[in-house]
Ligand binder design. Structure first.
Ligand code: HEC
Ligand code: HEC
Length: 256
């Protein structure tokens, strides 16, 4: 009888644990997945889709010069505060029928990939970014490598050493349909305060003894910039270089 009671108690405990964790897990998962839903109005922006590759800053710069500089200036305004309050996908919407100004609608003149290229060029210059090959980028690589990569992976793909044991898993920063729904301010707040009920720690006022780095507000903005850089590329696409070479060759031999 005593043994029976023990088994019964064990059974009740196991069942209980299973129920609770199943419930909280599905509850958490569903709110997170819902948050990834795009809030772009596709009746205004009919051809909306997330880019299937990292948008390119060099390509965006060219498009910017001929389509945007006339109104926004030779280089996009640095430190544009209002841009931090709007998610990239809604800024995209404003370039494709979402703006009240018909001159701001580029859905006929630029294809989806070109609009992403130019928007990422605009955003990167406004928020600020670390130039490829610069000592600033190397320093940020080390800070991210020492504090974040254990979960998020060195390439930001959410595949760090700890990722298999975490639920929800660490964010994959190359996932456009996740990161492009977030405003810069939201990323800043998540980094500052952490994300409750997940492994994402609060970084505000921490100190990295190894690298002697203090996580103040300026450093947290630098981390936002760094995380954003997984969402675009600073390299010139090899296909573009190929196309340009082909054009110069055609010209040189008098082909149209
Ligand atoms: C005819 C002038 C004009 C052209 C051309 C133009 N814009 Fe704009 N853009 C504006 C105006 C006006 C606003 C609204 C400014 C504001 O929000 O106060 C704006 C706002 C924006 C915003 C939102 C900025 C913010 O602070 O939230 C983005 C992003 C943007 N433009 C990107 C572009 C890009 C990229 C191009 C080129 C493909 C472009 N614009 C071309 C006039 C223009
Ligand atoms: C112990 C593991 C862990 C470490 C270390 C960690 N993170 Fe995270 N981080 C997570 C998890 C897990 C999530 C996803 C939480 C969720 O899905 O709500 C996350 C989410 C985030 C997000 C929010 C993404 C979004 O979609 O809103 C940002 C930004 C972020 N991490 C940046 C960083 C940076 C930068 C560092 C280093 C300074 C860091 N994390 C260190 C586990 C970690």
């Amino acid at each position: 009888m005593v043994i029976n009671m023990k088994y019964l108690l064990l059974l009740v405990l196991i069942l209980n644990a299973a129920l609770v964790s199943a419930e909280s897990r599905t509850g958490l998962a569903s709110t997170l997945i819902k948050e990834w839903h795009s809030s772009v109005d596709t009746t205004k922006c009919k051809d909306f889709r997330y880019p299937s590759y990292a948008p390119s800053l060099p390509r965006g710069e060219k498009i910017y010069k001929s389509n945007c500089a006339s109104c926004h200036g030779e280089i996009p305004k640095a430190n544009n505060e209002s841009i931090r309050k709007v998610s990239p996908e809604l800024q995209f919407e404003s370039l494709c029928g979402g703006s009240t100004d018909p001159k701001h609608n580029f859905s006929k003149t630029l294809d989806v990939a070109q609009r992403w290229d130019v928007l990422m060029y605009y955003r990167a210059n406004s928020l600020g970014y670390f130039k490829a090959g610069s000592p600033e980028l190397a320093k940020m690589d080390a800070i991210f490598g020492g504090n974040c990569a254990v979960c998020h992976g060195t390439r930001g793909q959410g595949d760090g050493n700890l990722h298999k044991s975490l639920y929800p898993p660490p964010a994959n920063f190359t996932m456009a349909k996740r990161l492009y729904t977030r405003t810069d301010e939201r990323l800043f707040n998540e980094l500052t305060h952490g994300i409750p009920w997940t492994a994402m720690p609060a970084w505000k006022n921490r100190y990295d003894f190894d690298k002697q780095i203090y996580f103040d507000e300026a450093m947290i903005w630098n981390l936002v910039r760094y995380v954003r850089q997984f969402g675009f590329s600073q390299e010139v696409d090899r296909l573009d270089t190929g196309r340009e070479k082909l054009e110069t060759y055609k010209k040189s031999v008098g082909l149209k």
